[in-house]
Design a protein around this ligand. Sequence first.
Ligand SMILES: NC(=O)c1ccc[n+]([C@@H]2O[C@H](COP(=O)([O-])OP(=O)(O)OC[C@H]3O[C@@H](n4cnc5c(N)ncnc54)[C@H](O)[C@@H]3O)[C@@H](O)[C@H]2O)c1
Length: 319
Amino acid sequence: MPKIAIVDKMHQDGINLLKKNPKFECEIIEDLSKKNLISKLPDFDGITLRRGKIDSEILQNCKKLKVISRHGVGYDNVDTNFLKKNNITLLVTGTTTSTSPAEHIMFMILNISKGKDLYDRSVRNGKFGAIMHMKHQTFELFSKKILIIGFGRIGRKLIKKCLGFEMEVYVYDPFVDKKIIESFGGKKVSNLDDGLKVTDILSLTVPLNKETNNMINMKKMKMMKKTSIIINISRGGVVNEKDLNEALEKEIIYGAGLDVFEKEPPSDENPLLKNKKVLLSPHAATFTKECVSDMAIQTAQNIIDFFDDKLSDSMIVKL
Ligand SMILES: NC(=O)c1ccc[n+]([C@@H]2O[C@H](COP(=O)([O-])OP(=O)(O)OC[C@H]3O[C@@H](n4cnc5c(N)ncnc54)[C@H](O)[C@@H]3O)[C@@H](O)[C@H]2O)c1
């Protein structure tokens, strides 16, 4: 009987799916320290992984391991080279993790473009009338240009929402054909810098890898309009945090929304925590009732389908 380690507790709906299945023996592992993972994981045939880092030092003792089912679609917390060399399958949760992040991007864009909590504060602070004489800081999304970097599952959900707001959508993704982008109503940008120069809003939905690390740095931000905003819900490190803070302070760009950080949680010294021009959320783009349940169910279902040999190709990461 395959033994499955549920590394980091997930929504009960997913846990139940595995625990109530008589074909598996399951154990929840909540201590995510390397020491604990090294000692516990060699016992298991499969792992579901939410938070926690699984590196080669941990994996080298996992001689029975056949599959890791990631709770989510990013997999920068797993040593993929080791998995490839040792023929261990890596699974992700496909489109279950795209609606909420796309909505979260819209939440950030709308929030920043409508002045964050400016109006709410003005009513509460007795400035109901005064606000109308203030310099207007808010702006419409209608006819604004958005550049979506990374046109995968989330990018394709996002474009529909942007078109609903009658925005002009540009897409930079060297791996997606122009015809596909056009079929969604977007315009393909072949050169990133050309896209950065014209866009009002930049949204990043790419995986973190060698090419995307530090993709948006000071040099790139200087190409952008002073009125532009950057939204990053993908991974910390894709946008250089030090440069972003400086670009906001020096008014090189107007605003930013970040759901992800180079170090999570960010340290108290991170200047972005005190920067009022950035809207922050705690890696929470998937934290809706629907998404946390769907993700846990899909994570568990992927394990079941793997051992039943019924997996859909869209869940398998091509290593
Ligand atoms: N904040 C959150 O809670 C949250 C939730 C879901 C996903 N994410 C992150 O968002 C990323 C995207 O998710 P997805 O489901 O859309 O992934 P996906 O794999 O479906 O799409 C990623 C897209 O990025 C493109 N891409 C890769 N390298 C690129 C590059 N150098 N330049 C431009 N495009 C490039 C790929 O071609 C692909 O189309 C994930 O990798 C994950 O790290 C974060």
